[in-house]
Design a protein around this ligand. Sequence first.
Ligand SMILES: [Fe+2]
Ligand SMILES: [Fe+2]
Length: 204
Amino acid sequence: MTMKVRDVTPTAENSTNFNIVPDVETVVGSTLDNLKAAVAGETGASAKYAEFSRLAKEAGYDQISRQFAATSAAEQIHIKLEVAEIQKKEPTYVPPEAADAKGFQTDVNLISGALGEIYETSDMYPNFIKVAIDEGESSAELVFTRAKLAEAVHAELYMDAYNNIDAPDDRKFYLCPVCGYIHKGDDFEKCPICFAPKSAFKEF
Ligand SMILES: [Fe+2]
Ligand SMILES: [Fe+2]
């Protein structure tokens, strides 16, 4: 399970999983528009996962509560990177506040999380990456690419938690502070997305 470390960090150019799903839901604009849309999406996701973490803890799912907290923090990393890109172009930009998030039962919240992550990794981010490449926006391309790759892992981990909801273990979650990748358990050396060393990771 989870993502293998390749010889080089994955990019749209050296990977074959950056295609866009056929039924696109994303409204695609310029890279600046897309960065703002990504911040809005990530802000909603981060707030949702924080609420899901609280609900999971309340319901006695300690490991899943930590997972939601780690993933909420991962989305905050994406927000920070995207806001920095926006502010290069628009120094006065202020990111939006998160709306109140509502949660349901923990199994349903895991599905909700997985669906959101699948959307981001297969529709929103690959669309934004394509525009960034076309516009020669290489730093935005890098931010979108790392987020896209991390979201797919978040989705995988949500489905893993769903399938094992009644079989928790004591493994911790490790968050890459550079790109938002999450590893379940401590059996890894470095981030498969950005190659940050294990020592930099934050434990949940
Ligand atoms: Fe995510
Ligand atoms: Fe990373």
